[in-house]
Design a protein around this ligand. Structure first.
Ligand code: ANZ
Ligand code: ZN
Length: 765
């Protein structure tokens, strides 16, 4: 037997699997399909530790499911449009396309070293014209249904990336990509009416889908459905066109306690007020982000100069202007009840306004209404490296979709994509100028591109038929493979990506393309491996751990196993390599254990295994299988370690035991198990085509034996001990000494002890 040398065996088996196509997904009517999906990576050019953490535990899960009789579909691809490519291009003068496709090549090679069972035969690259053609098709379908529209709106603008951002892509007021402070800017843009699906996107209380509670709650809060009322207040001394203020409230019963009204700085009424102090305040407020406005506990504001009449009490109350009222929510005006609402109280206290009492019984007249926190999704980006919006602007016909048979509208290669405040495509005259498809007059293409979250909202449909040409996907294939059985990914996608994917699915259902409402049965979200210093890994902090270094030193199996073992899949914790050599030693011990197989002696068949050996083996099968099913990868690995300790402590190991160990380990460490499997079964097929061992429940509980305890020949107690321990007299004696009934008889010492193994223990005192 050779020594365990990962570097030699790993490439060999990777090649073998590839050549024999053992991970190729094939239709199989006899097996249940299992669509195992991990969020497709962005081709940054380097497969880092985060990728290993995102992909190897799901790979172990997929392998387990496959060995357990499922026909597992585990595709992958690249989410390859987006800003980093363009920024790299601006910085280093490499074309975004060249940069992207070179990175994809590198990363695919790196993926290979991981030893996954990903079937690249279904690969989707979102920047391929064959893919984004269908983005454009979907966009046009949405346009036809009135779901895609162009509107001028106050938008989140990233001054660094020079593009619009959706609310979902702002983290604490900063751009999720580059971290720059997001500002508010009036921009004309394409929006998708996700709000039309708001009600259908709310998670019902008892859904049969297995999604984390935090995701369901997070999405429901984000959608933020609020039932309330619109109540009109008459403005008392207005010489303006606007004579009434309509407020949105969820608490109409507090109307008697309305002490003042507050309107947002952007409220149309303010355009009529010319006073300088009002206009100065409005200008200042416009510089703040929505987040800052919401979080400002100190409150700012200005008196409008007007009063309104409370419809319930008839009292006149002042109208104030403040940025704690948001323009885009409700009617942009509120009735303030400082008696019952904290924000209003803070404001009243700051400006010394009276606080009227409410009896919570007021019944004003008004219109029942429902409000949502969810906004429409702004999808235009003023950038180059994305899906061109498939629209044509004509002076006569306004906006005309590109005819479907002319798709894809391909991205021109030669474009100056340095930021100029207008989209790069707008300066490519040759590309831009077209004939209007409707009236044939000279017209212009839309120069914007789609948010990459559009690309990732439906890529998993495309995996099912990646080369399909008659539509975005083959409906028959969808029937066969969708919905996804498990979708692994990051928790940063709670409010963005997974919500969009659900929205697209409901839209596809409305188009009659699919017959289900939700795209994934189960969602599993992983944590983050932080740098060794406990902070998120980043090049600027110099705390990036490169998995390749460990692969070189120990091999991929060790890194895979270690990643599964070092922390729970859902945890966020710093990287530490202190235990990685221990994991490597574990694999070496598994390797060396083949020396102990004793099947050459015909009298040592597995029927002769002791009850303890059965117990150990079946417990391990149960634990590892259950844990792989429920994604508790780390405890599955510890169960393997415990069993290995037991096996190594024995003189010999049964072939059945050893082969079972290899099969349990195979999902985690596919190379070493394959190597050893072949060395002990020279004519065997791949271990990854074997069945996962089954356990028998009766063997997962230890057999116990009743032992009678006597003192001077008289029965004083019985105790129960593991059958594996009956030969161990001192163990039995120790157990007995804990018995209250016996203690008092033997407290003065024992003269002699007689033990009939497994039957009687007699103390002579
Ligand atoms: C009177 C009242 C009394 C209110 C009370 C609340 C509590 P959510 O969605 O739960 O925050 N509101 C309405 N439009 C607003 C806007 N554009 N910007 C900021 N606040 C706004 O609650 C809706 C409540 O938020 C509404 O009900 C309104 O204040 C305020 F004891 O009206 B309420
Ligand atoms: Zn026209």
């Amino acid at each position: 037997m050779n020594k365990y040398f990962a570097k030699e065996i790993e490439p060999k088996w990777q090649e073998y699997w590839e050549k024999n196509g053992i991970y190729k997904f094939k239709k199989d009517q006899k097996k249940k399909k299992y669509y195992n999906l991990v969020e497709l990576p962005y081709p940054s050019g380097d497969l880092h530790l985060g990728h290993w953490f995102a992909f190897t535990p799901p790979d172990a899960h997929a392998r387990y499911k496959r060995m357990s009789g499922f026909n597992v579909f585990y595709p992958n691809g690249f989410d390859s449009f987006g800003l980093p490519a363009e920024n790299a291009a601006i910085k280093r003068g490499i074309h975004p396309k060249d940069w992207t496709y070179k990175n994809i090549e590198t990363m695919k090679k790196q993926f290979e070293t991981m030893g996954t069972m990903i079937d690249w035969g279904s690969e989707v690259i979102t920047s391929d014209p064959e893919y984004y053609r269908w983005n454009q098709w979907i966009f046009i379908k949405m346009y036809e249904k009135g779901l895609a529209y162009r509107g001028k709106a106050l938008s989140n603008w990233c001054p660094v990336d020079q593009t619009v951002l959706a609310n979902e892509h702002i983290e604490q007021g900063k751009c999720w990509r580059c971290g720059a402070e997001v500002i508010q800017k009036e921009v004309e843009q394409w929006c998708l009416k996700i709000t039309e699906y708001a009600d259908r996107l709310i998670w019902p209380e008892n859904t049969s889908l297995d999604w984390p509670k935090e995701v369901k709650e997070g999405q429901n809060n984000w959608i933020g459905k609020k039932e309330g009322m619109l109540i009109k207040f008459r403005i008392q001394n207005s010489e303006f066109r606007i004579r009434e203020l309509e407020v949105f409230t969820t608490r109409p019963e507090t109307t008697d306690g309305v002490s003042f009204l507050v309107i947002a700085p952007e409220h149309p009424l303010n355009k009529e007020i010319k006073e300088k102090r009002v206009q100065t305040y409005i200008e200042e407020a416009s510089k703040k982000t929505e987040m800052e406005r919401k979080e400002d506990r100190t409150k700012s504001g200005v008196f409008s100069g007007f009063e309104a009449k409370n419809p319930v009490t008839g009292k006149n109350i002042p109208i104030w202007i403040s940025d704690y009222v948001l323009a885009g929510y409700g009617s942009g005006a509120i009735m303030a009840v400082p008696f019952a609402d904290e924000r209003d109280r803070e404001f009243a206290e700051k400006f010394n306004l009276s606080i009227l009492k409410t009896d919570f019984k007021a019944k004003p007249e008004g219109k029942k209404t429902v409000n949502y926190h969810l906004r429409d999704w702004s999808v235009s980006r003023q950038r180059y490296w994305g899906t061109p919006v498939p629209m044509i602007h004509c002076e006569k016909c306004a906006v005309v979709p590109v005819p479907l048979e002319d798709l894809p509208v391909e991205l021109p290669y030669k474009v100056d994509f340095t930021p100029k405040g207008k989209p790069p495509l707008a300066s490519d005259e040759a590309w831009l100028n077209v004939k209007c498809p409707k009236c044939e007059a000279p017209a212009k293409r839309d120069a914007e591109t789609l948010d990459t979250f559009f690309d990732s909202a439906w890529y998993y449909y495309r995996y099912c038929s990646p080369n399909y040409e008659k539509g975005p996907f083959d409906e028959l294939k969808i029937k066969e493979l969708m919905p996804i059985d498990i979708y692994f990914g990051g928790s940063e996608h709670t409010l963005g990506h997974t919500l969009y994917a659900r929205f697209f699915t409901k839209f596809f259902k409305d188009l009659g393309l699919v017959n289900f409402d939700e795209f994934a049965q189960k969602r599993a979200q992983h944590g983050v491996i932080l740098g060794p210093d406990g902070v998120r890994m980043s090049k600027s902090r110099d705390n990036v751990v490169n998995p390749d270094d460990f692969v070189k030193e120990y091999g991929a199996d060790t890194v895979r196993l270690y990643i599964c073992f070092m922390m729970p899949y859902t945890a966020t914790a710093p990287w530490s390599d202190s235990a990685i050599s221990g994991v490597y030693k574990f694999l070496k011990r598994v390797w060396d254990l083949q020396n102990k197989i004793k099947d050459h002696k015909s009298n040592l068949k597995s029927e002769n295994m002791s009850s303890e050996e059965f117990y150990q083996m079946h417990s391990a099968i149960k634990k590892v299988g259950d844990d792989l099913d429920t994604l508790n990868f780390n405890t599955a690995v510890s169960a393997l370690m415990i069993w290995l300790n037991f096996l190594s402590s024995k003189k010999d190991v049964y072939r059945l035991e050893y082969e079972t160990l290899l099969k349990l380990l195979a999902p985690f460490a596919p190379h070493i198990t394959e190597e050893v499997w072949h060395s002990i079964n020279p004519s065997a097929n791949s271990i990854h085509l074997e069945n996962f061992p089954l356990y028998q429940a009766k063997f997962t509980v230890r057999e116990t034996v009743q032992i009678i305890i006597q003192v001077n020949g008289k029965i004083r107690d019985t105790i129960e001990i593991d059958s594996s321990k009956i030969k161990d007299q001192s163990f039995v004696e120790n157990e007995t000494k804990n018995s209250e009934k016996i203690k008092k008889y033997i407290q003065n010492g024992v003269k002699n002890t007689i033990y009939v193994p497994g039957k009687i223990l007699n103390f002579v005192v």
